[in-house]
Design a protein around this ligand. Structure first.
Ligand SMILES: N[C@@H](CCC(=O)N[C@@H](CS)C(=O)NCC(=O)O)C(=O)O
Length: 249
């Protein structure tokens, strides 16, 4: 994903106004990528303040004071609109929907909205844990179990694509925002032990997502995939050489 940010002069609004939007995030964080996808897909001009996850911070990285002051758990993503802040990707995505009417990722009707949010939450609960299990896995059997669970979860998600091109409506929605970070790192996951084959509906959906403006804004380059893979290979090597099983974050 691009780490570029719009400059203050490109922003539609004045500092502190409703069009003054800043994302504190990082390309390697899948939760942050959900928000970047939504911002790009909806063409919401914003500043990006790069805050790598703790484990990915370069030596001497100084965490911005504004981030420390407003992120309740010290987690990315954090978004500021005007003078208000929100943390946690799913609440941020809903908040962005409520803050802007153009190019919505949530339907206007209550039933459609509930369906999108239910599916977005399902992906968060069922797809993300096995995905994280693949790259944080340090033992072959655990990685294989996570890989199988991720394949099964993506397969169940694929059933929503029986009747259409998108997960929860006639066009892309927040359900796509939530799953795109999984798709964008799939090659990296394969290098780290994900062996599943995608159902053809899911594979086609992945291609459609990549072609969206939001998708192309966050899709990983080969360099980003390599950095992700090397980071977790190093992590596995460290765990294999130590007595502790704990990640360093
Ligand atoms: N539930 C949160 C999870 C966010 C999260 O886990 N972010 C990680 C990075 S991917 C983080 O900031 N961890 C704290 C750290 O690295 O210090 C969300 O959906 O936004």
């Amino acid at each position: 994903m691009s780490t570029s940010s719009t400059s203050a002069t490109e922003r539609a609004g004045e500092r502190g106004g409703p069009n003054d939007v800043t994302l504190f995030g990082h390309w390697i964080c899948p939760y942050s990528v959900r928000v970047s996808f939504a911002l790009a897909q909806r063409e919401i001009a914003h500043d990006l303040v790069d805050v790598p996850p703790t484990a990915a911070r370069p030596k001497g990285f100084v965490v911005p004071e504004e981030f420390v002051a407003h992120s309740p758990k010290g987690e990315i993503p954090l978004v500021r609109i005007g003078t208000e802040y929100r943390a946690d990707s799913l609440p941020i995505l809903e908040w962005l929907e409520d803050s802007r009417s153009a190019s919505p990722l949530l339907p206007g009707d209550a039933v459609g909205r509930a369906r999108v949010l239910e599916r977005a939450t399902w992906i968060d609960r069922e797809v993300f844990p096995p995905m994280i299990g693949v790259y944080y896995g340090t033992r072959t059997d655990a990685i294989e179990r996570s890989s199988a669970a991720l394949t099964a979860a993506l397969g169940r998600m694929g059933q929503w694509l029986h009747d259409g091109s998108w997960l929860a409506g006639s066009g892309p929605t927040l359900a796509e925002a939530v799953v795109v970070p999984v798709y964008a790192r799939l090659e990296g996951l394969a290098a780290l032990g994900f062996t599943g084959h995608l159902d053809h509906r899911v594979a086609d959906h992945l291609e459609r997502c990549r072609d969206l403006s939001g998708g192309s804004a966050v899709w990983w380059t080969a360099t980003q995939t390599d950095e992700f893979v090397h980071r977790f290979e190093r992590y596995r090597a460290i765990v294999a050489g130590s007595t502790s099983d704990q990640p360093d974050e």
